[in-house]
Design a protein around this ligand. Structure first.
Ligand code: HEC
Length: 139
């Protein structure tokens, strides 16, 4: 009987320690999660984070930042048939159209690419900056 009681007490203690560890881990994950979020068409997206990003944005984000938040999901991987950043062969014919056309197409969307790459909280200027960043790294 005594042994069973000790076993039960040990089990209770172990459960408490596990619960505490889990709460700690969750708090840690919450603290270190990225502030931005990339949404890919067709995948579930944490809109709360996306909205938080837009409401906190006072100044315009630079091209690299917008690229990382709104373009990289497709243009780093080739998802949806997107031309990959740095793949000069894939970009040369597009670059011949001229930067103005490329920016206009980034804003209004082209083929499988949604308008502004799906970035609802991006201004036209931010999309232009991201397009220049993407194109200038793909020559
Ligand atoms: C959902 C995937 C996706 C995202 C996100 C995305 N793109 Fe694209 N992008 C594409 C695809 C696919 C194409 C090729 C479309 C075609 O030519 O049919 C493309 C083409 C382009 C082109 C070439 C346009 C042209 O006229 O040839 C530019 C420039 C571009 N994207 C910029 C961006 C920028 C800047 C962002 C971020 C703000 C972005 N894209 C986000 C999928 C994406």
């Amino acid at each position: 009987m005594k042994r069973i009681l000790i076993a039960l007490a040990t089990l209770g203690l172990a459960t408490a320690v596990l619960a505490a560890t889990e709460a700690h881990t969750n708090a840690l994950i919450d603290r270190i999660k990225p502030s931005g979020n990339v949404c890919v068409a067709g995948e579930a997206c944490d809109t709360a984070q996306v909205v938080a990003t837009s409401s906190g944005a006072g100044a315009a984000r630079d091209g690299a930042t917008v690229y990382q938040q709104a373009c990289l999901a497709c243009h780093m991987t080739g998802a949806a048939g997107a031309p990959i950043m740095g793949d000069a062969a894939a970009w040369s014919a597009r670059i011949e159209k001229g930067m103005e056309t490329l920016i206009a197409n980034s804003i209004s969307g082209i083929g499988a690419m949604p308008a502004k790459g799906g970035c609802a909280n991006c201004s036209d200027d931010e999309i232009a900056a991201a397009t220049e960043y993407l194109v200038n790294n793909s020559r």
